[in-house]
Design a protein around this ligand. Sequence first.
Ligand code: MTE
Length: 321
Amino acid sequence: MSGNSHIPSSEITPEATFLNRRFFMKSSIWAGSTLATAGLYNAFTPSSEVKDIGTAIVTIKEPSMETVLAADEKVNTFKEIASYNNFYEFSTDKSSVALAAIGFVTDPWSVQVGGLVQKPRTFDLSDLHKIESVERTYRFRCVEGWSMVIPWVGFPLSRLLSMVEPMSSATHVAFETYYDIKQMPNSDSAGFDLPYVEGLRLDEAMHPLTLMATGLYGKTLPNQNGAPIRLVVPWKYGFKSIKSVVKITLTDKEPPTTWNIANAREYGFYSNVNPAVSHPRWTQANERRIGEGARRETLMFNGYAEQVAHLYKGMDLEKYF
Ligand code: MTE
């Protein structure tokens, strides 16, 4: 990995430090390992073809990074994760996305990484698969009030950003989804302008929990989940997790985001999971975990407060929602 000397050191949490934090050391539940969850993988049709990651993606086991789930929290099944989706370019009906996206071409693929960086670069799939990946099981909370627990495969975004060497003037990262009206049947009825765009502050992007996911359940991503590569920011509402990314741009401005453009009153730039700040249409105090009956209490920062609360120290989280 090339150096990251152009990123202000205050914005980097060395992974070693992070790994050693007590939160992870006390982890005893390796709920995320594919071994532990193999029984929950069931092929599901209709769905795009997924491949065993096998040796194509260099994946390291990272037991100390496994999310600590509460004793009563279960990983969702592959079928649940791959059959209940938001991907408006294909359909606004969650149960229709998988079928609508079945023919979406995700190989070959390239991701252009540029903007305020020393070494702009275009990564093809084989380049992306060479970046050392990890298996991480995260809670995933949608602003609509449902949630899941998902065993991702991917690499920390910080690894990719370090390779292009952000300039010290970069403060934010902008993301863009692939857009092709011919392949995306719901493009005209998505309800917002396309391509789908998202953004993070640079310190959020560099946080070790922030992943570029390339798979789930040890296999490549199904199209409906954002193949071949999507963002996952576990302490933010699901819509920040932009799918099928083709462009990543370092910038010195807060980037525009699709849902904020569509409805600024309902969707802020930060979109941190926060049970204390309600949404005009849905409570954020509790959630329906897919596959469960009773609702669960929503946790501050989706349960990752110990890792991320410091990023927002001194900020008014009602104002910056
Ligand atoms: N990315 C794109 N390009 N288009 C979308 O419509 N929907 C977002 C996010 N990423 C969306 C997207 C929303 S609203 C959610 S909740 C999550 O993807 C859903 O991810 P999942 O289907 O893998 O659960």
